[in-house]
Design a protein around this ligand. Structure first.
Ligand code: ADP
Ligand code: MG
Length: 436
């Protein structure tokens, strides 16, 4: 793939401890990572697994407790002059104009004053902000402010661009637009950047953008998998190959520890038994996952949960079953333990949760079946009754209706299905995140 000269960055057995005395703990343990020229790598993992810590170490904003950090084969000392970082919410100076906010990065680097404005204007052009040079941050939308952040990062022409969840504070549409624009800059060679390292907690975002996905787990923070994404750009989110990679990343995050008895079942109409979906409300599921994510080791005895969450035992068992079915938790010897995926969900923003949830339910055979039927249907819509009749070949009528209810509730939450009460039609959501 890449020659020895093509290696930009190497982390060798990097560990980071925080705190002192009894509170000392290992946040990142024994991380080995190589980044080559031309690579776009995504770092994926639950909150607290040390993703931001690694970026700070790589950019030289903090020194690791142990291990080696080599940049172009040379040990890194102090701030890395070849790297810049873009944060989730970019701290712009409110009293400076857009142009000044970008130019200041050049001032810090010692670029002479007469060159700064020209280069800042050029960087703003490249992110599509020409005409906004004299605006103030408060006059811009969230997406535009983040673009100023990108402009400030690329104006110094860093070899290595580090992005820490750069889209997660934006609304769905702005995030998707900005993702596309960044990819265009990158794949079109319009920025001199040699490599990108992006932290994400969004599986589809990582598969959409990166050439390789590095999956981390926590306690202690470490790398558990390195998954290549061999798909040409522009990538089609709905393509089978795309979904296969998503499934693979998903399985890694869900721990691949789903027990063998956990049968996903077959699709309706196929040989074998269709697994019925437990009937749960998403807020209850979210509450369970949040509760578990606050416990030491992210686990507890199942019997304790009913009391602690104030639920009756039927509801609780349905919730536990759902958490396991979707890969959010594992069950063993009466204990429930959150997986990395469950942890990621519990800590994610509302929008990221929807995206994670969509990924989870798309793998269920009964959902695949419904989505395939809708895709094949005229105008991608079907009458509720048609679907229910089909389901009645598998389930008693009442159960078929309950299954429909669950699928519609879950599908609506994930923004992959929509239902119109007036004409009882079910249709595929053509939302921003699933439009390509
Ligand atoms: P991530 O970005 O994956 O959410 P972080 O790198 O922010 O993870 O944090 C990893 C762990 O280290 C967390 O438990 C966090 O609370 C802890 N941590 C991060 N920064 C510090 C710090 N400066 N001092 C003490 N603990 C920290
Ligand atoms: Mg972080």
């Amino acid at each position: 793939m890449m020659g020895e000269n093509g290696v930009l960055l190497q982390l060798k057995r990097v560990s980071q401890q925080y705190g002192s005395g009894e509170r000392r703990f290992t946040a990142v343990e024994d991380v080995n990572l190589t980044l080559g020229e031309g690579e776009f790598v995504a770092l994926l993992g639950p909150s607290g697994c040390g993703k931001s810590t690694l970026l700070r170490i790589i950019t030289g904003l903090q020194a690791a407790t142990s291990g080696e950090i080599l940049y172009r084969q040379r040990p890194l000392r102090g701030v890395n002059p070849y790297a810049t970082i873009v944060f989730q919410t970019f701290a712009l100076f409110p009293w400076l104009t857009v142009l000044e906010n970008v130019a200041i990065a050049l001032k810090v680097k010692g670029v002479p004053a007469d060159l700064r404005a020209t280069r800042a204007i050029d960087a703003l052009d490249r992110v599509g902000l020409d005409g906004f040079e004299n605006a103030y941050p408060r006059e811009l939308s969230g997406g535009m402010r983040q673009k100023v952040g990108f402009a400030r990062a690329i104006v110094t022409e860093p070899e290595l661009l580090c992005l820490d969840e750069p889209f997660s504070a934006l609304d769905v549409l702005s995030a998707e637009t900005l993702r596309g624009e960044l990819l265009e800059l990158w794949t079109g060679g319009q920025i001199p950047t040699k490599a990108i390292l992006m932290v994400s907690h969004n599986i589809e975002e990582a598969v959409f953008m990166a050439d390789r996905i590095v999956v981390m787990d926590k306690n202690p923070g470490r790398i558990i998998a390195n998954l290549p994404v061999n798909l040409p750009h522009p990538r089609q989110r709905k393509a089978v190959e795309f979904q296969n990679v998503v499934d693979q990343v998903y399985a890694t995050l869900a721990g691949q520890t789903q027990p063998e008895y956990l049968e996903l079942g077959t699709a309706p109409g196929e040989p074998g038994r269709t697994r019925r979906l437990p009937q749960v409300a998403i807020p209850d599921l979210a509450a369970l996952l949040e509760y578990l994510s606050d416990l030491p080791g992210n686990r507890t005895d199942i019997y304790r949960l009913a009391d602690e969450l104030n639920l009756n035992s039927d509801t609780l068992l349905s919730l536990v079953e759902t958490a396991e079915l979707l890969g959010f938790a594992t069950i063993a010897r009466g204990d429930i333990t959150l997986t990395s995926l469950g942890e990621t969900f519990a800590e994610a923003s509302i929008l990221a949760r929807k995206e994670i949830f969509a990924t989870c339910i798309r793998r269920l055979p009964i959902f695949k079946w419904l989505l395939a039927m809708l895709r094949a249907a005229e105008r991608r819509q079907l009458d509720w009754n048609v679907v229910q009749t089909a389901l009645e070949l598998e389930f008693p009528p009442q159960e078929a209706e309950a299954q429909m209810d669950t699928m519609v509730n879950w599908g609506r939450y994930a923004e992959i299905l929509a239902y119109n009460d007036d004409n009882t039609m079910l249709y595929l959501e053509s939302g921003a995140t699933s439009s390509n």
